[in-house]
Design a protein around this ligand. Structure first.
Ligand code: NOJ
Ligand code: MG
Length: 542
């Protein structure tokens, strides 16, 4: 087992996207029994814990982030017995389990929302959500100017004339966190899963639960928050990062603290600057918050050094470790993202007509980036498939797209399906071993055979073996608990020490020298013949 004391400070946590990890029954949709059957592979990889994206009852209008019942497993994924078996198997393998909690909104098929629709304006049923009368003479204008993160207005009108708020899809009505009934219900949901033995919760849209009391107008794009930066001249967004969210997490922390073991809360909060994000991980609130600022930082020595300093520094002021991440189910996989050299932001998905990434360059940089990340002190999250060097599916035909972003943006954004494609396990099996049948809810590119686990396991130099070696060394050397000190290097080289380990990345054309007398332990690509570090390569040496 990982160290029982504050295991999360140094943990490597592997994100499982249940739809796309492993399919046990051949319906093309990943499921809990599939996950259970593959947990030993994650043990072999060497991670400490898994986080599962939502598997609860849901009409799946946002791939399960629209929850209809927080205490029921969606039949596509299995049932509660399957969840119990998955948790038990993880425990027997020494892996911890984090589940997803979606408190900002429910599905429109949740019994509360159905009751709200059936009830009259002003009723207690409507008080659980954000219902308002419209503006204009006949109330036909939305109550304010807010936009949905997925595109279009954030308000939907009902036949009786009232409007409800949905910061995401129209099928995801926002809850009213000013209502004590909502608070009580979520404490009960936390307890339900804690009692089943989970080690923690990844909290969806953790910065969004409380809205400005006046619901003040805000004209800027709803997706602005994904950029994390308020546009110049704009007042702070009235829907994100309001002071009132913190008391909710303080209450949840008390709930978790009353359980034995070390149960954790991790914030999905697209909040900048780092000092604001650090407030989510104060000692009496959450344990971790994803460092998205690091994820979106362009590939370069200077920007990376700055972001590492800035974010670790901000967290240090509240005694929290940093939580590194390079990929997840919402952004372009880093093996593709880093394959662009135009200096633009490439976190959003792309289609066949868009400029395509340089795949070999992307993979080379992704390996260097991951090796750098795993050498940093703190915790790190991996997204399923990155250990295979898996790229984004950047040429998916539009007919397959399911992300609501595609429709709601009027097809101007293709959305996030490209990072959600079922992953390859066996090169020569149907659906590349994702399931027993040749079925996969999103199409897998033919070229993915070469990324399959069975083509990489035991092959020196494969991306999989690079991750496995890095995770082993990281554990042996307690890198997660270490401290970082920078080395003086040329401008295009980034190098730091974590304990005895030297981590060096070269971003420049000229091969970089390693300090005299060090021994190379791991390298994201072969070194030059005379032992120097080529461009876009990270080395671990001691
Ligand atoms: C963040 C999740 O990661 C994303 O997939 C989802 O669409 C939104 N929150 C809304 O729940
Ligand atoms: Mg299935």
């Amino acid at each position: 087992m990982p160290s029982p004391s504050e295991w999360w400070r140094s943990a490597v946590i592997y994100q499982i996207y249940p739809r796309s990890f492993a399919d046990s029954d051949g319906d093309g949709m990943g499921d809990l029994p599939g996950i259970t059957s593959r947990l030993s592979d994650l043990r072999d990889l060497g991670v400490d814990a898994v986080w599962l994206s939502p598997f609860y009852l849901s009409p799946q209008h946002d791939a399960g982030y629209d929850v209809a019942d927080y205490r029921t497993v969606d039949p596509r994924f299995g049932d509660l017995g399957d969840a119990d078996k998955m948790i038990a198997e993880a425990r027997s393998l020494g892996l911890r389990v984090i589940v997803d909690l979606v408190p900002n909104h429910t599905s429109n098929e949740h019994e509360w929302f159905r009751a709200a629709l059936a009830a009259a304006p002003g009723s207690p049923e409507r008080e659980r959500y954000v219902f308002r009368d419209g503006r204009g003479e006949d109330g036909s204008e939305p109550p304010n100017t807010w936009l949905s993160v997925f595109g279009g207005p954030a308000w939907e009108r009902l036949p009786d004339g009232q409007w409800y708020l949905h910061l995401f899809d129209v099928s995801q009505p926002d809850l009213n966190w000013g209502n004590p009934e909502v608070r009580d219900e979520f404490v009960a949901i936390l307890r339900f899963w804690l009692d089943r033995g989970v080690d923690g919760f990844r909290v969806d849209v953790a910065h969004g639960l409380i809205k400005d009391a006046e619901l003040a107008d805000w004209e800027w794009g709803g997706d602005v928050i994904l950029g994390g930066l308020t546009p110049e001249g704009a007042p702070p967004p009235p829907m994100w990062d309001q002071e009132g969210v913190h008391e909710i997490y303080q209450q949840w922390r008390e709930v978790l603290n009353a359980y034995e073991g070390d149960r954790i809360l991790v914030a999905e909060a697209w909040v900048q600057p780092a000092e604001r994000l650090a407030r989510y991980v104060r000692p009496d609130e959450m344990h971790q918050a994803f460092n998205f600022e690091y994820l979106v930082t362009p590939w370069g020595a200077d920007p990376l050094r700055q972001v590492i300093d800035r974010t670790s520094g901000a967290n240090a002021t509240v005694g929290a470790p940093t939580t590194w991440v390079l990929s997840n189910h919402d952004v372009m996989r880093h093996a593709s993202r880093l394959g662009f050299s135009d200096g633009k932001d490439h976190r959003n998905g792309i289609g066949v007509d868009d400029p395509q990434p340089d795949a070999p360059l992307g993979l080379r940089r992704a390996r260097a980036a991951s090796l750098q990340m795993l050498g940093l002190p703190g915790s790190a999250y991996l997204y399923q498939g990155e250990e295979l060097g898996l790229p984004e599916h950047t040429t998916m035909p539009d007919d397959f797209r399911e992300d609501p972003t595609f429709e709601r943006s009027g097809h101007t954004e293709v959305g996030r399906d490209g990072c959600r494609v079922p992953i390859p396990w066996e090169a020569d099996s149907p659906s590349f071993g994702f399931g027993p049948a040749d079925a996969s809810w999103l199409p897998q590119p033919a070229a993915w055979a070469e990324y399959a686990l069975d083509r990489q396991r035991g092959i020196p130099g494969s991306t999989y073996e690079l991750y496995r070696s890095a995770l082993r060394l990281r554990r042996e050397r307690s890198l997660g608990h270490g401290t970082l000190s920078w080395l003086d290097t040329p401008a295009e080289v980034l190098a730091f020490r974590n304990g005895d380990l030297l981590v060096l990345t070269n971003f420049g054309d000229a091969p970089a020298e390693l300090p005299l007398g060090v021994r190379v332990l791991l390298s994201s690509e072969p070194l030059t013949e005379d032992g120097r570090v080529p461009r876009d390569v990270t080395v671990w040496a001691a």
